[in-house]
Design a binder for this molecule. Structure first.
Ligand SMILES: [Mg+2]
Length: 248
C-alpha cells in the first residue's frame, strides 16, 4: 500500500537545526544583556519542552533571580530569537540525507506532503527556502506550524490538525520524526512513524515506531538500520514504506 501522504517534523528531522536554534537563543540573551548561555547538555534537557516560547518560560522558572525582568518579555525575546535563527538558516542549512530525494519521489508520484511542527512558521519558511529553493512551501499541501494548536508535542493535536486538513485517515499516512516527543505525538494521532534520531535525540525512547534509521538514505550512502522495519532495505522509498506498512 503506497502511502497517500508523508508528514514531516522539521527540527532534527528535515535538518539538524537544533545547534542553530541554540546559537540564536544565546545571541538573543547576550544582545539583551541577560546572563544566560545554554550549553549543549543544558539545551538537550530544554528540548524536552516543545516550542521556543514554552522553552524560555520553562527555563525562567528554574532561575532564582534575574528571571523576573524577563518574564513579561518572553514573546519579545522569542521574536528576536526567530529573527536571528532565520538569518542563520538562510546562511547555510542543509537537509539530512535522503530528505530531498524522498520529497521529490513523493511529489512525482502524486503522494501528498505535509509539515507538522511546533516551530514557528517563519523558521519553516527559512529552512525550506534555503534548502529546497524558492517556492519550496508550495511542495507541501498542508503546513501545521507554531501556535495553530495550543497543545504542542507530545500532544497529538498538531498531527490531528494536519490530518483533518489533508482529509485523510491516519492509516493512509506516514510520519517522520527525530524525538521521543515527536514520536508520541505522531503515534497518538494513529500514524505509522519513521524515526531518524538526530544529534540531540540519539538514545531517546522510540517505542512504537515503525522503523528507526540513521537517516532516510541515499543511493550512494545507505542508512544504518537501528530498529523496527527496514532491515533489508538501504533507502526509504515509497515502495519500501508501502511494504513496511503492510507488514506492520
Ligand atoms: Mg524534531
Amino acid at each position: 500500500m503506497t502511502p497517500s501522504a508523508l508528514i514531516f517534523d522539521v527540527d532534527g528531522t528535515l535538518a539538524e537545526t537544533e545547534e542553530l536554534h541554540r546559537q540564536a537563543f544565546n545571541e538573543t540573551f547576550a544582545a539583551e544583556a541577560l546572563p544566560w548561555n545554554w550549553d549543549a547538555p543544558a539545551y538537550r534537557r530544554l528540548l524536552e519542552v516543545a516550542g521556543g516560547k514554552e522553552r524560555i518560560a520553562h527555563f525562567l522558572q528554574s532561575q532564582p533571580d534575574g528571571a523576573a525582568r524577563a518574564v513579561g518579555r518572553i514573546a519579545e525575546l522569542h521574536a528576536a530569537k526567530t529573527g536571528r535563527y532565520t538569518a542563520l538558516v538562510a546562511a547555510g542549512a542543509t537537509l539530512r540525507p535522503g530528505v530531498a530525494r524522498l520529497i521529490r519521489e513523493a511529489k512525482a508520484a502524486g503522494v501528498r506532503l505535509a509539515i507538522a511542527t511546533t516551530t514557528s512558521l517563519p523558521n519553516v519558511e527559512a529552512l525550506l527556502g534555503a534548502s529546497l529553493g524558492q517556492g519550496a512551501m508550495t511542495l507541501f499541501d498542508v503546513v501545521g506550524a507554531g501556535d495553530v494548536v495550543p497543545a504542542k508535542k507530545p500532544a497529538a493535536d498538531i498531527y490531528q490538525y494536519v490530518l483533518e486538513r489533508l482529509a485523510l485517515p491516519a492509516a493512509r499516512c506516514v510520519a517522520f520524526e527525530d524525538s521521543t516527543n515527536g514520536v508520541r505525538a505522531a503515534l497518538g494521532a494513529g500514524l505509522a512513524t519513521i524515526v531518524t534520531p538526530g544529534i540531540y535525540t540519539e538514545g531517546d525512547d522510540f517505542s512504537g515506531a515503525l522503523a528507526v534509521l540513521s537517516d532516510l538514505g541515499e543511493p550512494e550512502a545507505p542508512y544504518r538500520h537501528l530498529a523496527g522495519a527496514g532491515a533489508a532495505d538501504t533507502m526509504v522509498t515509497l515502495d519500501a514504506l508501502g511494504r513496511w506498512l503492510e507488514s506492520a
